[in-house]
Design a protein around this ligand. Structure first.
Ligand code: URA
Length: 241
């Protein structure tokens, strides 16, 4: 095998642009199989060990970002001890090892993302990034306008008061079904918000994550997210760990 130029290999490892890689080489900070390389034009072959400042570098994996419309009755963890169906069962064709971004309850349907990019998961699950999640909730009775205002203002769900949320009726003539957008993600948060006002939840579906909604995705279907959609969530897809 011919190998690839050292600076190209370094760029594929996400260490630096090719230009910056050349500088690192000139500065004597790069070694191949223990030998410091100072001139340009060196090639890396299969099995070579490349270090920068003494740390081994390896090519980055292909990053994958998937949007799945999870049906009810599916767990959103990667494994389930009792053998129930998991979100990973739907994306078996994917080459990479994926894991879910956050959680969606067993009895909740709707959008969940899967990725192999740990930085993305960290970003999406951190409340300071304010990525809204929108749910359609059908209650066991009509929801009053006063309760819509209470849910929107913040409500005690057992020792924690929820942050402000976007809450409205979904349709004009149906007071049982409401739309809730929250910017945080406490365990079973939407159900607990409804329970705090004595409503039972007949069904719960996550319809949007940020501005990505489920319009074209049927339950059990998935698709790749585009780079623009990822950037639209505020995540810098080019960022390096
Ligand atoms: N809120 C819930 O109660 N359940 C979910 O799955 C997501 C948000």
């Amino acid at each position: 095998m011919e190998g690839i130029r050292l600076q190209k290999y370094m760029a594929a490892c996400g260490v630096a642009s090719r230009r910056k890689a050349e500088l690192l080489i000139n500065e004597g900070r790069v070694a191949v199989n223990g030998a410091v390389i100072t001139g340009q034009g060196h090639s890396v072959r299969d099995g070579d060990v490349v270090t920068v400042d003494g740390r081994i570098i390896t090519p980055e994996k292909n990053k994958v970002y998937i949007l799945l419309n999870k049906p009810r009755g599916v767990v959103s963890t990667a494994n389930d001890e009792s053998g129930r169906k998991t979100v990973l069962d739907f994306v078996k064709g994917a080459q990479e090892r994926l894991y879910p971004v956050g959680r969606l309850d067993y009895n909740t349907s709707g959008l969940i993302m899967l990725t192999n990019d740990g930085g993305f998961t960290k970003y999406m699950t951190h409340p300071s990034h304010n990525v809204g999640k929108t749910y359609t909730v059908t209650a066991d009775r009509d929801v009053s306008a006063a309760d819509i205002a209470r849910l929107a203002d913040g409500i005690d769900i057992g020792g924690y008061t929820t942050a402000k949320a976007g809450v409205s009726y979904l349709e004009r003539d149906n007071k049982r079904t409401i739309k809730i957008t929250i910017f945080e993600g406490r365990n079973r948060q939407v159900r607990r918000m409804m329970e705090a006002l004595d409503y039972g939840v007949r069904s719960l579906r996550r319809t949007c994550i940020g501005n990505i909604c489920d319009n074209d995705l049927r339950e059990g279907e998935w698709r790749n997210l585009s780079s623009d959609e990822i950037r639209g969530l505020g995540y810098d897809i080019e960022q390096r760990p």
